[in-house]
Every structure is written in C-alpha cells, then in structure tokens.
Design a protein around this ligand. Sequence first.
Ligand SMILES: Nc1nc2c(c(=O)[nH]1)N[C@H]1C(S)=C(S)[C@@H](COP(=O)(O)OP(=O)(O)OC[C@H]3O[C@@H](n4cnc5c(N)ncnc54)[C@H](O)[C@@H]3O)O[C@H]1N2
Ligand code: MOO
Length: 349
Amino acid sequence: MNDPEQGRSAGVTRIGSSRLTEVKVENAVGMVLAHDLTQILPGEFKGRLFRKGHVVTEEDLPRLKDIGKENLYIIDLADTDLHEDDAALRMARALSGSHVACGEPGEGKVTLKSTVHGLVSISREAVDAINRLGDIALATVVDRRVVRPGDALAATRAIPLIVPAGKVEEVERIAQSFRDAWGDAPVSVRPFRRMKAGLLTTGSEVYSGRIRDRFGPAVSAKLAEFGSEVAEQRFAPDDRHTIVNEIHYLRKQGYDMILVTGGMSVDPDDRTPAAIAEAGADIVSYGTPMLPGSMLLFGYLQGVPIFGLPGCVMHDPYTSFDVLLSRVLAGDTIVREDIVEMGYGGLHR
Ligand SMILES: Nc1nc2c(c(=O)[nH]1)N[C@H]1C(S)=C(S)[C@@H](COP(=O)(O)OP(=O)(O)OC[C@H]3O[C@@H](n4cnc5c(N)ncnc54)[C@H](O)[C@@H]3O)O[C@H]1N2
Ligand code: MOO
C-alpha cells in the first residue's frame, strides 16, 4: 500500500486513504512543510535543513532546489494513518522503560537515551518481532552494554512518510505484553549499585615484598569506574589455610563482594580456587569462556559474590571481570548458564 507510484494522478498521490498533493517549489511560498527536509554535504553536514511546520519563504526557494526539491507536498492524513514523526514518537514511548529518556522526533526518527550509568536491558525477541512488521525500523545497541547518561540505546523510525496506524499499534501491543511479562519495557537501564568490596591479594612474592602489588591499584580503579570501591585490602602468601582465614575475615566485615587475586592458574601452588571452595563458597564456575579472563572464578559465599581474579585483570582493560562485575552491580544473580553464554563473542584477545 506504500508504493508511492500507486494511485498517482494529476499531482495527487494516494497512500492508503491519505493523499499527498504536489506543489511546484516556485508556487510554494507561504506553504507549511509537511515533514523535515534533509541536506547532505558529504564530509560537512548531514541533517535537517528545514523543519516540519516551517512556512516557505521566497529566500528558501534556491536552497530547496539545491537539495533536489522540485515539488513539495501537502499531506491530507487519513484517520488510519500516522505521520512519520508521530509513528516514531509513539513507538519510542512504548519501548522506553526505567531510566530511559525519549528524544524529540527529527526526520522521522526518535532516539532513546540512558539517563544513568548502568547496564542496558534490551529484549532481542521484542526487537526482532517489531522489525518483522515492516514499514518501521527499530535499531538498538546490544543487550547488557554498559551505558552512561546520554548514551543512545535505540532509535525508532518510520520508513515511509505515512505509516498505517495499525503497525504502530502492533508495536505498542508487543511492548505492553513485554511489560506484563517482565515488569518493564523492552528497553530499560538498571543503574549500578554502589558496592564496597573486600580485596585479598595472594602471592608470596607480593606478601614478602619481593615485588610491588599491581592488583590493588588495578582493581580499585576498575571499581571506581563503576562507582564502587575497594573498602579494604589484605595480603596473604600462597598458603591455603591463610587464604581461607582471610576470606572468612573479609566475609565477617560485611562487604558487598569479595575479590581474591593471584594464584588462579595451573600450578599446584596456585592455591586460590581451592581456598575459595574450602572457605565455603558455592562455586558457580571456575573457568570462564572469555579471553582475557579465562581463569576467573565466580561463586557466592553465604550469598555474597566472590571472585577469583586472574593475572590479566592487572593489565588488560577489558576482561571477563568487567562483564560479570557489571552484572553483579546491576543486581543480577549469576548462574552457570550465564558463564556458558560468555564464550560466543567472548574472544577479545
Ligand atoms: N601453562 C599455563 N600457563 C598459564 C595458564 C594456563 O592455563 N596454563 N593460564 C594463563 C592465564 S589465562 C593467566 S591470567 C595467568 C595468570 O594466572 P594467575 O592468576 O594464577 O597469576 P599468578 O600465577 O599468581 O601470577 C602470574 C604473574 O603475575 C604476577 N602477580 C600476581 N599477583 C600480583 C600482584 N598482586 N602484583 C603484581 N604482580 C602480581 C606474578 O608475580 C606472576 O608474574 O596464567 C597464565 N599461564
Ligand atoms: O585468565 Mo587469563 O585470566 O585469560 O589472561
């Protein structure tokens, strides 16, 4: 129904029950523009040259010709149709959940932005169902990306200038059934909680003072990046009994999470995984299918998240620790399947 050639006669194009009446640019002075008009100057500018609602003046005529406009159109919109800007705005409103701000329409597009620092939740199922409808487009970032205030999360757009209202109503239905099932809209952001971590650094070479600790500064900086902090750092040699006692000490301090560094790999004197288990943690996984960060351990000690952090966390800017830390700070409980799913797309080095 949106073939613009269909139903065209003597300067009038019919799209469904709506009509577009052609007006030659030379005769358009005083006319109200029915949609935003775009200019593209490669390498210089791309955007709105004239805004919907603008009243055409004599001086506009050469600029309209410069962007290829020989004709302008008056829209008679049928009740069953929506203007591109209204379609994009209604879809954006339906899709916006917690901590998401909906922008103003421009050139038939509305952008959804985060209002907080947190983890975005985007339902791929809902996005695919919406894009299957045709005539409308929804483009998003990937689920579980860390976002900051002002970051774009998604954009809605009508493809033709005039869209059947039924398409937008279908988007609203999809969004509403998602809300009914999950308690939030298909695009939402969970702000990061501010957590206090207890840090235990193992390694006899560090404990004895042979080498300077590099884990403490790296882990503190990482937590600060997310708005959390290392509240206390302790040190232990590669002795399982001492490591277990230090983990119990940190647990008693009531920290929101416990981080243990070093001794995570293959040698018999890498004691940390066994010590974390002996301390009483339920191990969700020792080994994470992501690189860097494959030797990471994650579990819960009396409900408190506990990480065994491998050496790469000291020097690689993005590891499996970033992925799991962001989820813990967003309030997720990590299960084995979450770890399993990290392998696909998880090769970063
Ligand atoms: N044969 C294999 N070798 C390695 C494997 C493997 O599977 N087979 N895994 C590799 C991966 S992945 C990682 S990551 C590293 C590191 O593992 P660890 O977490 O066990 O680290 P450590 O052995 O304790 O130390 C490695 C290295 O880092 C220095 N270190 C440790 N802690 C500190 C600290 N707090 N400050 C400064 N430097 C520290 C330590 O002295 C060593 O030089 O293993 C791979 N190898
Ligand atoms: O675990 Mo290593 O932690 O992949 O570089």
